[in-house]
Write a protein that binds this ligand. Sequence first.
Ligand code: GDP
Length: 445
Amino acid sequence: MFNNLSDRITASLKGLRGHGRLSEADVDKTIREIRRALLDADVAVPVVREFTGKVRERALGEEVSKALNPAQQVVKIVHDELIQVLGGATGELHWSKNPPTVIMLAGLQGAGKTTLAGKLAKWMKDQGHTPMLVAADLQRPNAVTQLQIVGERAGVPVFAPEPGNGVGNPVLVAMNGVSNAQFQQHDVVIVDTAGRLGVDEEMMQQARDIRDAIHPHDTLFVVDAMIGQDAARVAEAFRDGVGFTGVVLSKLDGDARGGAALSITGVTERPILFASTGEQLGDFERFHPDRMAGRILDMGDVMSLIEQAERTFDQAQAEKMAGKLASGEDFTLDDFLTQMQQLKNMGSLKKMLGMLPNMGQYREQLESFDESSIGRIEAMIQSMTPAERRDPKLINGSRRARIAKGSGTSVGEINQLLERFKQAQQMMRSMGGGMPGMPGMPGAG
Ligand code: GDP
């Protein structure tokens, strides 16, 4: 996400380096470049105008002229102002003191509401909440079934209309869903509503009727970041037609140019609370304006990376491994396999690596990174006998051929794996188990 925008803004800021003092012309040139990059990324014109105006004012002001390193000072100003454009402080949900907290989802058809409902529910469940989903999208064929599937994946109950009971009446279904959640003592209930392909009055009326019947504590407007410039216009229509308290940007994993993220808060004055970054339940994150600005400026987002790692890595597993190594036991191929599997859990490696600082320069290598190689490693290790996994020295030529055949790989790949494993093992020995690292990551290509 934001790759192109990020490359262009960082390139123009780099152009300032090496200048001791900055002239007005230097600043203006950089601002022009940033302005063009933002417009090309589909950021709404009034937002671009305000942003560049503020950056210019500050960059030509005392802040920079007195600074020891003017170029860095300009980077800081751009960073600060990007955070403001993205909403300033991280937005919060309005949790109700009298549960259940009612959250209504609104947005166009295909925006990603149903998918988001599952992601949000899982995220809440992981934090100890007891969410229930309500299928009040009766417009789209299969929407109810889709929500049921998503709910099952998330391990969260779904309230859906039973034949003969409120069928065809989404307001009734929503109301029944909320009272059911209350009765069953769920502390949060997420109501999925219908969208249309375009903004239309009937849909707005239905959303308003549902809103007035269930009094949501939060109405989240879900918008597909790929629709670019249209996002701001659709957001305005929903703000005026239904009203919402927060925004969720979906499909930020696609080649979204960033316009939606950078325009929506400025245009609607509502915070972006979450970002959806893929089709899987785990492809979901809180939206932190400061971290996102850091990503756009290629400063990296180490905080999000750590959080994702914490969510995914099994702490007990890691401690077990550390304890084992500390006690002098050797790192085996089974341990290697476990680490690889955890790595796979971490969702897209590319996404993860992209959160590290200064990765822009490695983008091409990252793009060519082949995650399926982890699946192959898994297959190879699983084709080994327990004795071989404990003691890879046993794996001679004929065993290599057998393992390659069993795993559908080649002897060359087995050789490569064993070589990588050896390096990982040496690294683990030298660390004495101090840190459950991620050795021997499969290389690019
Ligand atoms: P709804 O009509 O608003 O309920 O939208 P859906 O949840 O059915 O999503 C529409 C399509 O977008 C589905 O094919 C989803 O799998 C896909 N989708 C949803 N969120 C994301 C996302 O964050 N990234 C990607 N790549 N696809 C998504």
